[in-house]
Design a protein around this ligand. Sequence first.
Ligand code: ACO
Length: 431
Amino acid sequence: MSENTVTIINNATGQQIELPLRNGTEGASVVDISRLYRDLGVLTFDPGFFSTASCHSAITYIDGEKGMLLYRGYPIEQLATHSSYIEVVYLLLYGELPAAEELRRFEAVIGRHTMINEAMRDFLKGFHHDAHPMAMMVGMVGSLSAFYHDSLDIRDPRHREISAHRMIAKMPTIAAACYKHHIGEPIMYPRNHLGYCGNLLRMMYATPCEEYEVNALEEQALNLLFILHADHEQNASASTVRLAGSSQANPFACIASGIASLWGPAHGGANEEVLKMLEEIGDVSNIEKYIAKAKDKDDPFRLMGFGHRVYKNYDPRATIIRDMCYKILEQKADSSNPLFELALRLEEIARKDDYFISKNLYPNVDFYSGIIYRALGIPVNMFTVMFAIARTVGWVAHWMEMMDDPDQRIGRPRQLYDGARLRDYVPLERR
Ligand code: ACO
């Protein structure tokens, strides 16, 4: 018996097989169970993927015990300190940090694709103004496959790359257009001399009537949030994109499915929910009441922005964001921001509470991100849209990696069927 195998015995039949253990460069080994059904006639059962690696990937690594996050091997703290978002985009897509000339060319390529087809503006007008911006995002991004079908040959690496560039470049334009539609202001065109985040801020806040100057600190804060949100390995939305893409669906449709998945409050929708929760708590004196609600098994309330499937330690992104909160609120002369104070106090109380300690529930990336978005003047229902813009590169990188894999097959999970046994149809008159 090799030490690089795991032996599985079916006690009912006495049959046993040895399954290979595979080691990555970091993290737990995986048991390759692909032969299990063929050789032993049984399936595995792991709803929620608690112990299942759904693919191999070289993009992002998380060590949940240590609270560590690496993009292509680089610690998130170093990227957050030294990089621009667009540099991180290049890193995630191509695997290496760009040299200066590569970065300049990449910025130019992304700049070339920032406009959206004019007809998309008419498409957007079809949405009622009070539609949730995420609902518009799902539709608008899905519609890219109707407007840009000249790059939809997924077997052609160049088509895949053009689609990737288009999505990354157009996402801020689409998001800002959804916002403008929502508030009834004219849609602003992109200005390509601005950086990725500066351009987004301008498209959201400028109007044709007045000059608009991008605030350097706001741009820096957005750049930081976007770096932290850029990828997070096989999370629900990235896995959704992979599963959709595994059927060879076009990349725009796949990313639209990722946006839909991100929208849920257990995932990217949490940043919106955190702000609503803080507003509902309202005052430090109410914190204990809400902590008690979160601990009550019969109450569906959860402390939003707390807990994570993989991190059983502090989410490193939350630490970085909390530090940025101090900086931005101070420079905006808003250092006594009541929601931030409430969030800090809530964290302090929860982290001393046995329930949260025993379940390893720490603040996640979304606990503080909303405070910054709010300080930047971004409305609460746009928070998850901001997340979607930043995460687009992660989804695209996963889709590209999967499409490049010669062993890629359609993702098709099995199930434990517990429905009715075989039975005969009963005619209507005898039911
Ligand atoms: N408040 C109160 N209790 C919680 C919380 C919370 N925020 N999160 C988890 N728990 C409890 C659960 O009730 C469960 O208790 P039990 O073992 O007694 O049944 C235990 O901790 C484990 O929780 P699960 O839901 O089983 O853990 P899972 O890994 O499936 O869920 C999740 C992770 C969805 C993030 C969860 O912690 C949660 O709902 N958090 C709030 C929403 C949130 O902040 N989501 C953003 C995640 S980060 C992101 O997607 C960008």
